[in-house]
Design a protein around this ligand. Structure first.
Ligand SMILES: Nc1ncnc2c1ncn2[C@@H]1O[C@H](COP(=O)(O)OP(=O)(O)OP(=O)(O)O)[C@@H](O)[C@H]1O
Ligand SMILES: [Mg+2]
Length: 282
């Protein structure tokens, strides 16, 4: 699919599938189009060309507010909390909207329990991220999209939050599409990864495959200042996955998609979301 703003494509030719029960990390430097991809999947930004299917249904013409009812939850980059309201009120609002299960959502983030009466605006960054995720979980999503969970958080906090995603996936069978700047941490928790650069998918595969090429990908695409540009933590971790040997082939255009097919037979229980480029305009 293609997506962008004011008629200019910022994501081009993206073909990506998230299956039930797996975590897919969407990686890439600033401005690559990661957020645009999630916004378009939610229906907050229109598809320019091609299509995105969530649980087999096209997002074209589906208003964004219907997404949660269809089992899609999206934790936005800005976390979208009601900062004047308490933690409990934030959770109750989300649960009411989706007729959801508050206790279950809270069970993944017990650290929020003593904070239920505190205004969301007073929480630490990590606590706010937990609240944003707990809000998303109240709707019992079958596909959870999390944008920059680590934004502004110390890597040690991120390291604590990411395994919760794995628990959610294991417990509920949901699929997760995780946008992350901390490449090394994301690759630890994800099953598959895709790398977007300037709107183009330049690599995708299992995390082992991507980790094996991380050195080459990072030096070529993430550059020295990738983390610093957003003011996020500079990622000291990214060097750790390089031992497997740098690959000179950066694979631009070569490794696209682990077989996300457009054809029949792919779907019934399979792909939760197809971000699927179709040839030609529609
Ligand atoms: N509302 C908008 N109007 C016009 N251009 C936009 C808009 N939002 C994003 N863009 C542009 O689209 C491109 C992709 O942006 P996007 O936010 O998807 O990147 P990203 O990969 O999420 O980056 P980051 O890691 O910095 O969050 C960028 O060039 C950005 O400037
Ligand atoms: Mg972004």
């Amino acid at each position: 699919m293609y997506s962008g703003y004011a008629g200019v494509a910022m994501v081009r030719d993206l073909n990506l599938t998230v299956h039930a029960g797996e975590i897919v990390a969407l990686l890439g430097p600033n401005g690559a189009g990661k957020t645009t991809t999630l916004l378009t999947t939610s229906g907050l930004n229109p598809v320019m060309k091609g299509d995105i299917r969530v649980f087999g249904r096209s997002v074209r013409g589906r208003p964004a507010h219907r997404a949660p009812r269809e089992g899609l939850a999206h934790v936005l980059e800005d976390r979208s909390l009601f900062y004047q309201l308490t933690v409990a009120e934030n959770l109750r609002l989300a649960a009411a909207r989706s007729k959801g299960d508050l206790a279950r959502a809270l069970s993944y983030f017990p650290a929020l329990e003593p904070l239920l009466g505190r205004r969301a605006g007073l929480l630490s960054g990590g606590e706010q991220q937990m609240l944003a995720m707990a809000r998303a979980l109240t709707s019992k999503p079958r596909l959870l999209m999390v944008d920059e969970m680590s934004l502004g958080l110390a890597p040690v906090i991120v390291e604590r939050l990411l395994p919760v995603l794995r628990r959610i996936v294991d417990d509920t069978g949901a699929g997760v599409l995780l946008v992350e700047q901390h490449v090394h941490l994301a690759l630890e928790v994800a099953d598959r990864a895709a790398v977007l650069v300037h709107g183009d998918l330049v690599a995708s595969g299992t995390t082992a495959e991507i980790a094996g090429r991380a050195a080459a990908l990072e030096s070529t695409y993430f550059g020295a200042g990738a983390g610093a540009e957003t003011g996020a933590e500079t990622d000291a971790d990214t060097g750790a996955v390089t031992d497997t040997g740098a690959v000179t082939d950066t694979g631009a255009g070569a490794v696209i998609d682990a077989g996300a097919p457009t054809g029949a037979g792919a779907r019934p229980d399979g792909p939760e979301a197809d971000l699927d480029e179709l040839e030609g305009s529609r």
